[in-house]
Design a protein around this ligand. Structure first.
Ligand code: PLP
Length: 409
């Protein structure tokens, strides 16, 4: 068992100044980590250092500072490549985040898909993993098929196998569900899809903060993630694509940085990764993303996963003591996310009351309306934990939820 003392949570918490502020007169308890995680001082320092001493445009400058900025952004690419064990650094593309990565792939596949081709997604997906494929299907005449879910909030794998046909070109699933926390059996999904000749894109937005992801071992064709859920800044993320796939796809946006030769008649494109990085990139964001990954690795993702599992178990047991409370997403294989409702109380009302006590949770449909439709509920209260949270915070949270229940019922 990894206790708070062994991980030295107090020392870790000191890296996050926001955790010592008060909200509505109470010490902040931040349980909205699945939406955006907090940023440690080390990452903020990297941002300040960049703007104070190295701010310059990259890749084109002959002067010293431009070369420093170029080295720093390319070093961040190397950190990401190593962290996710990609085969080549050229396979890592900087994006604005998960949503942009998905749109980049959907745009690329619009040049590949034929009328009647099929894409499989799951009913567990975030809206950003549903809408781009619906638009792609409208554009190309391709067909969208959906893996259903079970009451526990798991993918129905027997149904999944039956969705394949010789027209299946792409399978797209979240590695971890943001609304329910379910960790999907992605290795099995990838193996099945490859047997049928389909490519696989995984949405790693909720997996990457919590677990080690080895892209070569997984054998995913594409993988996307957002830095702001990994203790980094907003507006930056990454797309991984196998080199052969990225070479096949057309550019997503056009402009500077992504070209090789331009004449007024015709242009040729830069090699990977720059073919997909048109315009001045989010240089500082990328550097800070690399620093966030260094920070996580200093604690160790295995330690993080073990400690968060303990928090999840503790919070689940404590919440279940509340009469009338129902947890949605009960898979044994789950990340540190708890979605729940209490009898007929509206999640928004519970969230608003506990906010007055300094507790930040998310309420609503969590950009997953199909999941809410499946359970026939308007939304849930979602508490999502990070390695800087503590059991004492969970105790205070449970107390606050009980108080909200008493006030509202
Ligand atoms: N996919 C999942 C599973 C998410 O949880 C989120 C954000 O909550 C997204 C995609 C979209 O991420 P972003 O807004 O960083 O692009």
């Amino acid at each position: 068992m990894l206790t708070e003392e062994i991980l030295n949570i107090e020392k870790i918490r000191a890296d996050f100044p926001i955790l010592s502020r008060k909200v509505n007169g109470h010490p902040l308890i931040y349980f909205d980590n699945a939406a955006t995680s907090q940023t440690p001082k080390q990452v903020v320092d990297a941002i300040v250092n960049y703007y104070e001493f190295h701010n310059s445009n990259v890749h084109r400058g002959v002067h010293q500072i431009s070369q420093e900025a170029t080295d720093m952004i390319e070093n961040a690419r190397d950190i990401i490549k190593e962290h996710f064990n990609a085969k080549k650094r050229e396979e890592i593309i900087f994006t604005k985040g998960t949503t942009e990565g998905i749109n980049l792939i959907a745009n690329g596949f619009s040049a590949i898909l034929q009328k009647g081709d099929e894409i499989i997604i799951s009913a567990l997906e975030h809206h950003s993993n549903i809408v781009p494929w619906q638009i792609l299907c409208e554009k190309t005449g391709a067909k969208l098929k959906v893996i259903p879910i079970t009451q526990e909030g798991k993918l129905d794998m027997a149904a999944f196998e039956k969705l394949f046909s010789n027209k299946t070109k792409l399978v797209f699933v979240a590695h971890v569900s943001n609304a329910l926390g379910t960790i999907n059996p992605v290795k099995e999904i990838i193996a099945k899809a490859h047997q049928h000749g389909a490519a696989v894109l995984l949405d790693g937005a909720q997996a990457t903060p919590h677990m080690k992801v080895d892209l070569q071992q997984l054998d995913a064709d594409f993988y996307v993630a957002s830095a702001h859920k990994m203790y980094g800044p907003t507006g930056i993320g990454m797309l991984y694509g196998k080199e052969e796939w990225l070479n096949k796809l057309p550019p997503y946006q056009a402009g500077g940085e992504m070209i090789d030769q331009v004449t007024l008649e015709k242009s040729t494109y830069a090699p990977l990764p720059h073919k997909f990085e048109a315009g001045t990139p989010n240089i500082c964001g990328a550097i800070a993303f690399g620093e966030a990954i260094n920070y996580i690795n200093n604690i160790g993702l295995d330690n993080i996963a073990a400690y968060e599992e303990e928090l999840l178990k503790y919070a689940t047991e404590k919440l279940q003591e509340i009469e009338g409370l129902k947890i949605y997403g009960t898979s044994a294989n789950k990340a540190a996310v708890i979605s729940f409702n209490i009898e007929s109380l509206h999640p928004y009302d519970i969230g608003s009351i506990i906010d007055k006590l300094g507790i930040a949770v998310r309420t609503g449909h969590h950009c997953t309306q199909p999941i809410m439709d499946y359970y026939q509920i308007p939304g849930t209260v979602r508490a999502s934990f990070a390695f800087y949270n503590t059991k004492k915070e969970i105790d205070n949270f449970v107390k606050a939820v009980k108080r909200a229940k008493t006030m509202l019922l």
